[in-house]
Design a protein around this ligand. Structure first.
Ligand SMILES: Cc1ncc(COP(=O)(O)O)c(C=O)c1O
Length: 387
C-alpha cells in the first residue's frame, strides 16, 4: 500500500459485522479479565490503562505502517518521546551524540537532566556526515539526529550517520517531525528509532500534545517499551483519538503545506529585506543535496534570515501580521511566524548570520492572502525608523 492508502486503511476497528469507521475513544484505567486464566496470561496487547487501550493501539498501528517499523509506542508529548528514546538506551558512564541543531529542550534534557545521572552529551555539527566516526567512543550508546534542524534547517546525511552508529554499536534515533512521516522514512535509511512530536503534523489541528516512538526491530521496541513503562508514561485516549483522526488527512495536508510553503519561500527569497531562505527544497539551505536524495517532499516549516534591521522595525513587522499568528509549535492548519534566536542554542558550531531569523509555518490558507499579509508587514517595517 502507498502512504496515502495506509493512512486511511490502518488503525481501523475490525469488529464484524457492524462497527463504526473510526475506533472509539476508550477511556479506561481498569480492564477486567473474564477468567482467572486470562488474568494470569502475559503478553497481551491491553492490560492496564496506563499502557494504553484499543484507541492507543489503533494510532500506534497507523504510525507503524507510515514509518515502516516494527512497533510504535506513544508518549504524552513530543519532548517526552524524544527524551524516553534517549533514556531507554543509556546508563551512568555512557555518552550520547546530539546534533547541534536539535530542538532546544532536547539539548536541555541532556545537558541538565541526563548529566545529573552521569550520562555525557557531546554535540556535533549537523553537517558532520561520516566524520561522526571521530566522535564515537566505546561508551557511545545513542546518536541523535533531527533533520532538518530546528530553527536552522540543516539537512543531515542520515545514511552516513546510520552506518557510523551501527559500526560503533550505538542506536540512531531520528526526530522526523518535520517530514510528518510522509516525506522521509528514517528507518529505511538505517535509523533504529524514529520519533515524532505528533503534536505537529500527525494531529495537525493545534489542539493536542502527543509523541510517537517507532522502533525498527523487536529488541529495540522492547527497550523503548520498558523505558516508558518504568517512567510511568501515559497518553489520554482522547489525544490518541484526535491524532489518529488528524492522520486521516495527513497526506493531502502535507501536500498542501508543501505547495504553499514553497511558493512563499520563493517569494521571500526575492524580497529586498531577505538575506537568505532556509528551506530544504531550495539550494540556499545547507544540506539541500541530502534533502533531494532522501526526502520525497517538503513540509510547511522553514526559516528566513533577514538583512539586519532595528528592534522597532522587527516589532512593527510582527505587530502588522494578521494571518500569521505568533505562537510556539507548528504543524497545524494555521500559519505562524516567530522571531527565533539560533545563536543561543549552539555549542559545536557558531551561528554567524547578523540579521534576525524568522521561522515560518505555512498553513492551509490561500497563499495569496498570506503574501498580502507579509507585504503589509514588510511595508510597515520599512516605514518604521530603526532603533
Ligand atoms: C522538532 C521537534 N521535536 C520535538 C518537539 C517537542 O514536541 P512537543 O511540543 O509535543 O513536546 C518539538 C516542538 O516544537 C519540535 O519542534
Amino acid at each position: 500500500m502507498k502512504d496515502k492508502t495506509k493512512l486511511i486503511a490502518t488503525g481501523r476497528p475490525h469488529k464484524r459485522p457492524f462497527h463504526p469507521v473510526n475506533p472509539q475513544v476508550e477511556r479506561a484505567s481498569t480492564y477486567l479479565f473474564p477468567t482467572y486464566d486470562d488474568y494470569l496470561e502475559g503478553g497481551r496487547k491491553i492490560i492496564y490503562g496506563r499502557l494504553g487501550g484499543a484507541t492507543h493501539r489503533a494510532l500506534e498501528d497507523a504510525v507503524t505502517a507510515l514509518e515502516g517499523g516494527f512497533e510504535t509506542r506513544l508518549a504524552p508529548s513530543g519532548l517526552q518521546a524524544v527524551n524516553a528514546s534517549l533514556l531507554a538506551f543509556v546508563k551512568a558512564g555512557d555518552r550520547i551524540l546530539i546534533t547541534d541543531s536539535a530542538y532546544d529542550p532536547t539539548r536541555k534534557f541532556c545537558e541538565r537532566f541526563l548529566a545529573r545521572f552521569g550520562v555525557e552529551t557531546v554535540f556535533y555539527d549537523p553537517r558532520i556526515g561520516e566524520k561522526l566516526s571521530e566522535l564515537m567512543t566505546p561508551n557511545t550508546k545513542v546518536v541523535f539526529a533531527e533533520s532538518p534542524g530546528s530553527l536552522t534547517f540543516e539537512v543531515q546525511d542520515i545514511p552516513a550517520l546510520a552506518s557510523v552508529a551501527r559500526e560503533g554499536g550505538a542506536k540512531l534515533v531520528v526526530d522526523n517531525t518535520w517530514s510528518g512521516g510522509v516525506f522521509m522514512k528514517p528507518l529505511t535509511l538505517g535509523a533504529d528509532v524514529v520519533v515524532h512530536a505528533g503534536t505537529k503534523y500527525l494531529s495537525g489541528h493545534s489542539d493536542c500534545l502527543i509523541g510517537t516512538i517507532t522502533s525498527a526491530d523487536e529488541e529495540t521496541a522492547k527497550t523503548i517499551y520498558m523505558a516508558l513503562l518504568q517512567i510511568g508514561s501515559n497518553v489520554s485516549a482522547d489525544d490518541a483519538y484526535l491524532t489518529l483522526r488528524g492522520m486521516r488527512t495527513l497526506h493531502p495536508r502535507m501536500k498542501a503545506h508543501e505547495q504553499s510553503a514553497l511558493l512563499l519561500a520563493k517569494w521571500l527569497a526575492k524580497r529586498p529585506e531577505v538575506e537568505c531562505v532556509l528551506h530544504p527544497a531550495l539550494k540556499s539551505c545547507p544540506g539541500h543535496a541530502f534533502w533531494k536524495r532522501d526526502f520525497s517532499g517538503a513540509s510547511g516549516l522553514f526559516g528566513v534570515i533577514l538583512k539586519p534591521v532595528g528592534k522597532a522595525q522587527i516589532k512593527a513587522f510582527f505587530n502588522a501580521l494578521r494571518l500569521f499568528g505568533m505562537g510556539f509549535s507548528w504543524g497545524g492548519f494555521e500559519s505562524l511566524c516567530i522571531h527565533v534566536h539560533p545563536e543561543k542554542n549552539r555549542s559545536a558550531t557558531k551561528w554567524l548570520a547578523e540579521g534576525p531569523v524568522l521561522r515560518f509555518h505555512v498553513g492551509l490558507e490561500d497563499p495569496d492572502d498570506l503574501i498580502a499579509d507579509l507585504e503589509r508587514a514588510f511595508a510597515l517595517m520599512k516605514s518604521t525608523g530603526a532603533s
